[in-house]
Design a binder for this molecule. Structure first.
Ligand SMILES: [Zn+2]
Length: 289
């Protein structure tokens, strides 16, 4: 694969993404002409980009109560949609402080977490959270086909090599298991309408935190290259309550404007979505694109 080829479909000669129209002028992006994947042209190693400085900013931005309710809403939605029983085993990839792991455990599931950073090791010990410092690729060794669901919320946009990442996630899934990848869609109407105001290009953690922007076409190719079937793509606000949405926008009351935005974000117009991949019962050889 040529050095500037698309990391997802390997098509050569990606074009320069029209960065001038976006706020992220210091983030040089390329766009694949074939699958539409948008990616940073210069990308440091994942561990290097997610050291202590990154996590300190992330912590300052977090609302622990809101994050806990959000994790519970996510698990409850997918448990109902996928018919999870109590003995389901979950893996949260990019687990950070381990909130989703703790919430899942409280809801009766077996849950483990991994993170590329050791920033939360002491907190995991204090909270008895089952988590390890590892990349998905590293953790896969010894964990082949042991999880019913592998979850990565707002993680894949941080990952330098999405194909390697999703293949590792797929390898840890049991047959018929679900891989849930939540991320922003740069081809969505929301992202297009917001342009430079779309805060997903450069999050609060800074330029270069997000380096991989996956639209629905790239998501499908990514799944095929990882031996996974893309089953559905669900707007994030399908599993977020109106109250949580209002609190996230620091609104004490739900006004008409917020209500309209909430319902728009529940529609297919929304950029924030969760791709539901399934590991087939039997693996076949796929061609891609
Ligand atoms: Zn591509």
């Amino acid at each position: 694969m040529a050095s500037d080829a698309c990391p997802i479909c390997e098509a050569p000669d990606p074009r320069t993404f029209p960065i001038a129209v976006y706020a992220a002028r210091s983030l040089a992006l390329l766009e694949c002409r074939r699958c539409g994947f948008i990616f940073a042209s210069t990308r440091l190693d994942d561990q290097v980009r997610h050291a202590s400085a990154y996590h300190r900013v992330r912590e300052e931005c977090r609302d622990p109560a809101l994050a806990t309710v959000d994790a519970a809403g996510f698990i409850a939605y997918w448990a109902a949609k996928l018919g999870w029983s109590e003995n389901v085993a979950l893996l949260d990839v990019g687990c950070a402080e381990g909130r989703l792991v703790e919430v899942a455990r409280c809801m009766g599931y077996r849950a483990d977490g991994i993170d590329v950073s050791d920033y939360y090791v002491d907190q995991w010990a204090r909270s008895a959270v089952s988590a390890q410092v590892a990349t998905a690729e590293e953790y896969r060794a010894g964990h082949e086909a042991v999880y019913n669901a592998v979850i990565a919320r707002q993680v894949i946009e941080h990952v330098r090599d999405p194909v390697s990442f999703l293949r590792a996630c797929a390898g840890m899934l049991s047959r018929g298991g679900a891989c849930l990848i939540e991320t922003g869609d740069p081809s969505s109407w929301q992202a297009r309408l917001q342009g430079g105001a779309w805060n997903f290009w450069v999050p609060r953690e800074g330029v270069g935190s997000h380096i991989s922007f996956i639209n629905s076409r790239a998501a499908e190719v990514l799944g095929r290259r990882s031996e996974l079937t893309l089953r559905d793509s669900v707007p994030q606000l399908r599993y977020t309550s109106l109250q949580s949405y209002a609190r996230g926008h620091r609104q004490a009351k739900v006004g008409l404007r917020l209500l309209v935005k909430f319902f728009l974000h529940q529609s297919r117009l929304s950029a924030a979505r969760c791709y539901w991949y399934e590991r087939p019962d039997s693996v076949t050889t796929h061609s891609f694109v």
